[in-house]
Design a protein around this ligand. Sequence first.
Ligand code: NAP
Ligand code: ZN
Ligand code: ZN
Length: 347
Amino acid sequence: MTPVNAYAAPSATEPLTKTTLDLRDPGPHDVVIDIHYCGICQSDIHIVRGEWGPRSYPLCPGHEIAGTVFAIGPAVTGHRVGDRVGVGCLVDSCRTCANCRRGAEQYCLAGHTATYGSVGADGRITQGGYASRIVVTEDFVLRIPDELGLAEAAPLLCAGITAFAPLRRWGAGPGRRVAVVGLGGLGHLAVKLAVAMGAEVSVLSRSPDKRADGLRLGATEYHATENPETFPALAGSFDLILNTVSAAVPLDPYLSLLGLDGVLVNVGAPADPLSLNVFSLLRQRRAYAGSLIGGIRETQEMLDFCAAHGIGADVEVIRPDEINEAFDRVLAAKARFRYVIDTATLA
Ligand code: NAP
Ligand code: ZN
Ligand code: ZN
């Protein structure tokens, strides 16, 4: 076991503090990664605060990891020392169930191993990327193309793939009208990705405050949902709506914005239940769906797509001792658009 510096929550109600974690000794198929940057996803906040269910503590969050390979186990074939690599929300799965075999490890029927807060192969609780180093089995380590800066690439590992997978699944592309609800970490990447896929993209944000940003990111339209005229004016306007909002919002007004066969996909994950009137679905044969991150193959495809289209996250790099303040700013939707921790300074 090797001790590494990290920030972890001692409990669901306390701020994260500096600590050390014991990393497992690398096995034959393990890759030891020096973490340069780790993004702060709002899921980190939901999870460390126990909003999605009870957790074991101390808990070091972080699943938007970008760094370089420090060492490899003797059987590793896909990564070399010095390679630029990333780790997202998954660090293992059963690999044999029907879903794993088709590259949908996030939906592993035996339950995937999450980057932090899961029971790992060694029986210990996995710990995430708010640390200077991590050990991950080679098949769950992604290649970060040279075109992408490591800080801008880190948020792609969760926010990027979470937006990319449903945009692909529900056909964002030329001739398709896509709306992105919530212009945060997920939302700003969803706009960039949908624009790069060729769709006509609108931003639906609460207030007019982020208009200049939304248009700069490539959206052709921007609408403030706090304006009571927005919903009637946009009725039936979209083929696909991606809801990235972290809080429970009323669904019927958003469903009313879909045309025939339109789909509202929830990627935002509020702990509170959402409700809808079934007539919102019957009219215009609309569908309501959810989507969880993406599989390993698709995550690599997303990284390569981002490299080809020059897409990285808009990041604000922070010091590790600024994490708790950054959590508050994320909850106040003040990030533009992702805080990324300079974890290299923990080494
Ligand atoms: P974020 O950066 O904080 O963005 C969330 C956005 O939602 C905010 O920028 C804000 O947009 C809007 N919002 C926040 N509070 C709101 C409220 N009370 N009412 C209406 N709108 C509100 O968070 P994120 O990291 O993008 O994550 C967004 C959600 O996705 C979280 O619930 C997270 O856990 C979840 N998530 C899910 C997956 C998945 O696999 N499905 C993966 C990652 C994250 P405006 O200011 O533009 O209104
Ligand atoms: Zn995340
Ligand atoms: Zn499986």
